[in-house]
Design a protein around this ligand. Structure first.
Ligand code: LMR
Length: 400
């Protein structure tokens, strides 16, 4: 009965790792998936995560019972505080409902399904380009996906005029997906002044913001600075949704730990929204896993662990920034044709190089450099040792 099934293509991002794993070359380099690597090219488990896990293991009173449908209560509170700010009036007024979800993807999916069931507008605008999974997540959640202009290939920067025009002509009430910081895949973010203009435009048209916050702390190294766009929208008293992930900023990729917060107009609305979120979650996966959320809660509630986390996070962000400089310098030293200044201007985990799919294929074939075909490279996968190899590959790709 399954004989007719055709083979599906690999995922455009995760499939890069599948191809990489099959390559026997000793010089192969995986710059596909956005996953942090050390200078030695190894995955990193943060020291604070090890400490938190030790505490959890030592605590014999901990059991493995089911969590409630909405997850670990303490974790949800701490997550809302982390993104909205400890002094957020929305939190103090109990207008925020937060549910623990399966990392950023799961949070987007639960939020999308909630909106598809209960919100009056089914159209969601996503930036062009955006993370490849966004359109799939929202389409399967039951929303209708449209795009707004975001990136200008000519300047390798923000197409702010195009963004304002497209959001300006969106139907009233439409949902708008916004990358809270460190836009994936472009590494191009609006300035704070531009965010303010976006906020005014969206509020004047009653567009509903849905933030995807996957990189808090990774863009600037500061958790507060990276949360500022979200906080600007919450400060005006309006509604919004926020999907959070701890994959990158705590290195908890495989623990699948994230949260969806919905900021409402009143505590009463928030509690009714939460009751409906439970109806979305229960038939989907019943309740979320306990371990990752316990690690996060342990770190966020302990002053010392929290401080240590911010230091480790800043070190990761700084290492990525230094990779940008090193790659830029290496291309300049080779006299590689083109203006590569966007490598140091873009922020966060990724550089959107401007290399086309043929050039990427060439680099993979000839240099065993693996990256997504849209020309995105994960700067977090680079090290001082591998920068020269990547620079050689880019140089050959643009000059051959
Ligand atoms: C990425 O864009 O590489 C990450 O967000 C990982 C993923 O799940 O795609």
């Amino acid at each position: 009965v399954f004989a007719h099934i055709v083979r599906a293509p690999e995922d455009p991002i995760l499939g890069v790792t599948v191809a990489y794993n099959k390559d026997p070359s000793p010089v192969k380099l995986n710059l596909g998936v956005g996953a942090y690597r050390t200078e030695e090219g190894k995955p990193l488990v943060l020291n604070v995560v090890r400490q938190a896990e030790q505490q959890l293991v030592n605590d014999r009173s901990r059991v493995k019972e089911y969590l409630p449908i909405v997850g670990l209560a303490e974790y949800n509170k701490l997550s809302a505080k982390l993104i909205l700010g400890a002094d957020s009036p929305a939190i103090q007024e109990n207008r925020v409902t937060t549910v623990q979800c399966l990392s950023g993807t799961g949070s987007l999916r639960v939020g999308g399904e909630f909106l598809a069931r209960h919100y009056h507008q089914l159209t969601i605008y996503i930036p062009l380009p955006t993370w490849g999974n966004h359109p799939k997540v929202f389409t399967l959640a039951g929303l209708s996906v449209k795009t707004y202009r975001y990136y200008d290939p000519a300047t390798r920067g923000l197409d702010f005029q195009g963004l304002l025009e497209d959001l300006g002509s969106a139907p009233s009430g439409a949902i708008v997906l916004l990358h809270a910081c460190a836009h994936n895949p472009t590494g191009v973010d609006p300035t704070i002044q531009q965010w303010e203009q976006i906020r005014q435009l969206m509020r004047s048209k009653a567009l509903l913001p849905f933030f995807d916050s996957a990189y808090q702390g990774f863009a600037s190294g500061s958790l507060d600075a990276d949360a500022q766009p979200v906080r600007m929208f919450v400060a005006d008293g309006g509604e919004c949704l926020v999907a959070q992930s701890y994959a990158k900023n705590m290195g908890l990729y495989g623990e699948r730990v994230g949260a969806l917060s919905i900021v409402c107009k009143s505590a009463d609305v928030a509690s009714r929204v939460e009751s409906q979120l439970k109806l979305v979650i229960r038939p989907m996966y019943s309740s979320p896993p306990i371990h990752g959320a316990s690690i996060v809660a342990t770190i966020l509630k302990d002053r010392n662990l929290y401080t240590e986390w911010t230091i480790e996070l800043k070190a990761m962000a700084d290492r990525i920034i230094s990779m940008r400089q090193q790659l830029f310098d290496a291309l300049r030293a080779r006299g590689t044709p083109g203006d590569w200044s966007h490598i140091i201007k873009q922020i966060g985990m990724f550089t959107f190089t401007g290399l086309n799919s043929e050039q990427v294929a060439f680099m993979t074939r000839q240099y065993h450099v693996y990256m997504t075909s849209d020309g995105r490279i994960s700067m977090a996968g680079l090290s001082s040792r591998t920068v020269p190899h990547l620079a050689d590959a880019i140089h050959a790709a643009v000059t051959s």
